[in-house]
Design a protein around this ligand. Structure first.
Ligand SMILES: Cc1ncc(COP(=O)(O)O)c(C=O)c1O
Length: 359
């Protein structure tokens, strides 16, 4: 095995751009699990590694935080929303947000039936403050759901990144209506390195209250964490997490993964690599006359490929999903920390040459 996200495998098994969830795991994360497997420590988050993780994340985010590891991004999002949304609350997000379309009603379930309000936004997956303001109606009326949370994905489902100013503008609307700001950070590392900002600038300094901090897609194994910038709310969240079946008895195995992930800037290098190979993929596609349906900020590329091209690529071993939400002929290609430049080049090589640039 080669270190730092490099794993040897035959190319035909690797031109797999279906998701960053098809990736392996960082060797250092796996080593941390093996080392922890030789130790004994307290259960249910009372262990030394969980305490150290909280301290390390507080230093990284330059803010006091409460950290509650959970097993999935869906649980992290649904718990965060439940903390800030009464059953009669409204959660505003982009119509394509993961909480809207890919969580099987978990946010509605965990909140006791709050309303998720899908809003139109750009092809970049971003929500704007005007859309949120326009959607708020009958505030104070017992006949309507009441504004509770603005939720954004960072990076968005289309791979784009909110700037601190964009987050700040959303937070301003949120505050004006007594709402909290939730960030679905399943790909927070990719967004962070693409933004050039600090973790603090991209979260609490821009008005974010709670971050679902994803790590699984970027090199961990079943390790996500809720980061609360209002630690006073942690006690309530702890009870909610237990009721949701997400208090992990051997939480220390999650904590050691997250600590190894964060150590020495490993998480940033992993995300940087994923973003770089995505840019290489995007540049190669554009050089071949392929149009992209969304800007490439992070590790997702959305090319418009006709059916013959998609079939030819698949026949040559490439794996990816069709993405009709962004338009006819759009496909989604996702890179990860362990995508090799050879994988990208093999994909580009497998793309049949175009006679004209139009699809
Ligand atoms: C934007 C986004 N949020 C959250 C998640 C977390 O989902 P899961 O519950 O599968 O960990 C994903 C995973 O695909 C995602 O893409």
């Amino acid at each position: 095995m080669v270190r730092n996200g490099r794993v040897d495998a035959p190319a035909e098994e690797r031109v797999d751009f279906r998701s960053d969830n098809v990736s392996g795991a960082l060797p250092e994360v796996l080593e941390a699990l093996v080392a922890e497997g030789r130790r004994r420590d307290a259960a249910y988050g009372e262990d030394a590694s969980s305490r150290a993780l909280t301290e390390e994340l507080a230093a990284l985010f330059e803010h006091e935080v409460a950290v509650l590891p959970v097993a999935t991004g869906t649980a992290a999002n649904a718990l965060a929303l439940a903390l800030y949304t009464p059953p009669w609350g409204a959660v505003y997000s982009h119509a394509h947000a993961h909480i809207q379309v890919s969580e099987c009603g978990a946010p509605e379930g965990y909140t006791g039936g709050a309303k998720l309000v899908p809003l139109e936004g750009g092809a970049d997956g971003k929500l704007g403050p005007r859309a949120v303001s326009a959607a708020i109606h009958r505030e104070g009326s017992v006949h309507a759901v009441q504004p509770a949370v603005v939720s954004v994905s960072q990076a968005t489902e289309t791979g784009c990144v909110y700037t601190p100013a964009e987050l700040g503008a959303l937070a301003e609307v949120a505050r004006a209506h007594g709402m909290a700001v939730h960030v679905d950070g399943a790909r927070f590392a990719n967004a962070l390195v693409a933004s050039g900002h600090t973790p603090a600038e991209l979260t609490w300094r821009a008005g974010v209250d709670v971050l679902a901090f994803g790590a699984t897609k970027n090199g961990c194994v079943l390790a996500e964490a809720l980061i609360l910038f209002q630690p006073a709310r942690a006690r309530e969240l702890a009870f909610r997490r237990k009721r949701a079946g997400q208090l992990l008895s051997k939480q220390r195995f999650s904590a050691v993964q997250l600590r190894a992930y964060l150590a020495e800037g490993r998480w940033l290098r992993a995300a940087q690599h994923a973003n770089e190979v995505a840019r290489r993929l995007a540049a190669g596609l554009e050089a071949r006359g392929v149009e992209l349906a969304a800007p490439v900020h992070t590790n997702q590329v959305f090319p418009r490929l006709n059916d013959a091209e998609a079939s030819a690529l698949r026949a040559r071993g490439a794996a990816f999903y069709d993405w009709p939400t962004l338009g006819a002929g759009v496909r989604r290609l996702v890179t990860a920390f362990d995508t090799r430049t050879e994988d990208v080049d093999a994909f580009l090589h497998a793309l049949p040459p175009r006679v004209s640039a139009s699809v």
